[in-house]
Design a protein around this ligand. Structure first.
Ligand code: BGC
Length: 357
């Protein structure tokens, strides 16, 4: 069954349309560009799953900031409720908009959104929460702008491997108990979210591929949330104490939550008295995140967060706006900066970020 929280009654469920063939060219994309708004300012709806999520808050601001003048963008916050988002989209479609830009609450909720948009003939650009490929294939005027979670898990593992000296047979002093195994805690994002599932799997898989042994002492699901990570890591810190050699977090918000609790519980002291918190302090414990939030960059500069992997919302926002301009007939397909893969996907690279003095 699909997401049972989706309001279904007013959402049409007519048969599937064929997907675009893989590798379709920009020229074919151009045929789909709409010129319907040629007269006035185009009306675009921006639907965010939850502005209480700092990554999404920053992302929404980047999209609004990147929009050219003459775009009427109306922003909605679903406060983490798919039924609310469905209602927001339904009401907005009554205003006969030109485009929907949607960060779905539940990736399975995309099915109903696509059906509804298709019956109103309004194209949709999804971002951050990737709809199932089968749902993307429901209509040929659906796009996705995102980043490949597999890359973020791999880069996160690379950061850790570098810190521990790069040689699986001889870990350096960050392997505190000298057993050549990295004892780690994992903070996982929301179950079922493509990024949480793939990042967790891939970071561990990358260690394995490189012959690094990692013992997962515990894995906690903290739903991308700083406060939840702060609460949930408390008993793990007590239980495992100095056995913890690494904290891997699926995102920065949870990493920051873990760090606040670690600081409160006595971790991260300037033990060598050099006036800064850094990896030379004997009890310094590496925490790695993903996203590159401003607060995370700050924590990296201060020495609490070892590193992060930038989930480049600025580049994704620029790609969304360029795609929107194209779909609204204000830009040619050949002038898009990003490559459109399989006719409907734009992928932006993750990049590692650690302290560089
Ligand atoms: C980000 C998380 C965010 C989530 C929201 C992920 O790509 O890394 O920080 O909470 O998207 O969907």
């Amino acid at each position: 069954m699909r997401n049972s929280t989706v309001i279904r009654e007013s959402w049409p469920t007519s048969g599937r349309l064929a997907a675009w063939p893989a590798g379709v060219l920009i020229a074919a994309l151009m045929a789909l560009a709409v010129a319907g708004c040629a007269g006035g300012d185009p009306l675009v709806g921006l639907f965010l799953y939850n502005e209480a999520d700092p990554y999404i808050l920053e992302f929404g601001r980047q999209i609004l900031g990147a929009a050219p003048s003459g775009f009427a963008i109306k922003k909605f916050d679903a406060a983490n409720s798919q039924p609310i988002q469905n209602e927001q989209i339904d009401n907005f479609l009554d205003r006969r908009p030109d485009l929907l830009v949607v960060n779905p609450v539940d990736r399975l909720g995309a099915y109903a959104i696509i059906q509804r948009a298709r019956s109103a003939a309004v194209p949709v650009v999804f971002f951050n929460r990737e709809p199932l490929a089968a749902d993307m294939a429901l209509w040929d005027r659906v796009w996705y702008v995102g980043a490949k979670a597999i890359q973020s898990g791999r880069l996160q593992a690379e950061l850790v491997i570098k810190l521990f000296g790069g040689d699986p047979a001889h870990l350096n002093a960050f392997d505190r108990n000298g057993d050549n195994v990295i004892q780690a805690l994992i903070l996982k994002g929301e179950q079922g979210h493509q990024d949480a599932e793939i990042r967790t799997r891939e970071v561990l898989h990358s260690f394995e591929e490189r012959a690094f042994r990692v013992e997962v002492l515990a894995l906690e699901i903290a739903n991308w949330n700083q406060a939840e990570a702060y609460e949930k890591i408390h008993h793990l810190l007590r239980q495992y104490q100095s056995a913890i050699e690494l904290v891997i977090s699926n995102n920065d918000a949870m990493a920051l939550g873990a760090i606040s609790r670690m600081r409160q519980n006595g971790w991260f002291n300037d033990a060598d008295g050099n006036g800064v918190i850094d990896s030379r302090d004997p009890d310094w414990t590496p925490v790695v995140g993903i996203d590159g939030l401003r607060a995370a960059e700050q924590a990296i500069t201060e020495g609490y967060l070892y590193g992060t992997v930038k989930n480049d919302s600025l580049s994704m926002a620029l790609a969304i706006i360029e795609l929107a301009e194209f779909l609204l007939g204000r830009r040619s397909g050949s002038s898009l900066s990003a490559t459109v893969e399989d006719g409907r996907y734009i992928w932006v690279d993750y990049t590692p970020y650690v302290y560089q003095p």
